[in-house]
Design a protein around this ligand. Structure first.
Ligand SMILES: C[S@@+](CC[C@H](N)C(=O)[O-])C[C@H]1O[C@@H](n2cnc3c(N)ncnc32)[C@H](O)[C@@H]1O
Length: 283
């Protein structure tokens, strides 16, 4: 089980060995190259969307990251990353939105990986920003594509839920989307809500499983892995985002340590989960 002693320092110094319960300021492809096959139980991630391809809009990542590949470049890069994700993980949850900057590439790699796609979930945002151009729909949902190197049908061996109990739509009450936007967007503008990793971990993992987010961003997956007693690994290329995520993860851990020292692991974990879930009662 996770104990606070295991989290002395979460900043991973990469020396060719990937450690568990560490986050790395590194290109995820470099990190994954040093992971054995099936090293982690689940990947929950959201890659850069190639938002700025062919656009004169302000860079989504404040110019800290190149997010304007050509469709061909973005396709080649995505195929490389997804292939590597499938190798190191038993299941990959890949969150992406169809936008002008990735439409051709995304539809092309969905075709390329058709045998490896077990299913596609919808994240229903229940609100949308107005489209950037005339004659374009406002976008109110995103995909969560489930990749599995073993191919096959829609059955997911790792699924923890009983037949007939879980929808393939994850609805996030609009106030929760908005609340998170306000507090974090100032530093990182492409975060997903906590409910996304919470639900995916609930569907596909047990306590103590290893959850990896190759595109960690502000640390949403890692923070929720800690809250729900999963082990974690994260990578983030941009130093500014990495430092921000580390700060947030450390603050999460210090709260957990405090609860742990006063009430022990069992009650610390359940107290945290009660607090967390109380915000979703509106759903
Ligand atoms: C869509 S955001 C992820 C946001 C995250 N889900 C959250 O809730 O904060 C994608 C992140 O991937 C990072 N990134 C881009 N290329 C990367 C790479 N090759 N390796 C690791 N991180 C990368 C970006 O800097 C960005 O923070």
């Amino acid at each position: 089980m996770n104990t606070p002693e295991e989290w002395v320092d979460i900043r991973g110094e990469f020396d060719g060995i990937v450690e568990i319960n560490k986050v790395y300021n590194i290109d995820c492809l470099e990190l994954m190259a040093h992971m054995p096959t099936d090293f982690v139980d689940l990947i929950i991630t959201s890659p850069p969307y190639n938002f700025n391809a062919g656009s004169s809009l302000k860079n989504k990542y404040n110019n800290l990251l190149r997010d304007n590949l050509t469709q061909d470049e973005y396709y080649e890069w995505s195929v490389k990353v997804i292939t590597e994700c499938m190798r190191v993980a038993k299941l990959v949850c890949w969150n992406i939105q169809l936008i002008a900057g990735n439409k051709e590439a995304l539809l092309r790699y969905i075709g390329y990986f058709n045998k490896n796609i077990r299913d596609i979930l919808i994240w229903d945002k229940q609100n949308s920003e107005p489209a950037m151009s005339e004659k374009v729909f406002n976008s109110e949902f995103e995909f969560i594509i489930l990749f599995d190197k073993n191919g096959g049908g829609r059955k997911i061996e790792r699924a923890k839920f009983a037949r007939g109990t879980v929808s393939n739509v994850i609805r996030v009450f609009r106030m929760i989307n908005t609340k998170k936007d306000e507090s974090i967007r100032k530093t990182h503008c492409a975060v997903f809500p906590d409910l996304i990793p919470i639900k995916l971990m609930e569907y596909f993992t047990d306590e103590n499983d290893i959850v990896f987010d190759p595109f960690m961003g502000s640390g949403t997956t890692i923070i929720n892995a800690i809250k729900y007693n999963r082990r974690f690994i994260g990578s983030e290329l941009v130093k500014e985002y990495y430092d921000y995520a580390v700060e947030k993860i450390e603050s999460e851990l210090s709260q957990y340590k405090l609860l742990f020292s006063t009430s022990g692991q069992q009650s610390a974990t359940s107290k945290r989960n009660e607090d967390e879930l109380s915000q979703y009662k509106l759903l």
